[in-house]
Design a protein. Structure first.
Length: 81
């Protein structure tokens, strides 16, 4: 199965906001390219959350970004549409 790269994203692609960081792994396992908006994630234990994000970075199949960047990209796509 070909793996999607972030540069392959099209404006018509779906943006799904997972409830938990663990859902990024599940999405990647299903062939999606998850985008984790780090400053939009809540957590019960900061150390555990940081460990989970470090694991996602290591796996390399999740884009980790922040709310300002994602909102800016969505505004660009909206302007094109």
């Amino acid at each position: 199965m070909a793996r999607a790269e972030p540069s392959d994203a099209q404006p018509a692609s779906r943006l799904v906001c997972p409830i938990t960081i663990a859902l990024c792994r599940q999405g990647a396992d299903l062939g999606f390219w998850p985008i984790l908006v780090r400053d939009a994630c809540g957590f019960g234990n900061e150390e555990a959350a940081n460990h989970s994000v470090a694991s996602l970075r290591h796996m390399g199949d999740t884009t980790i970004s922040d709310a300002d960047t994602v909102c800016g990209m969505l505004q660009k796509f909206a302007a094109v549409a």
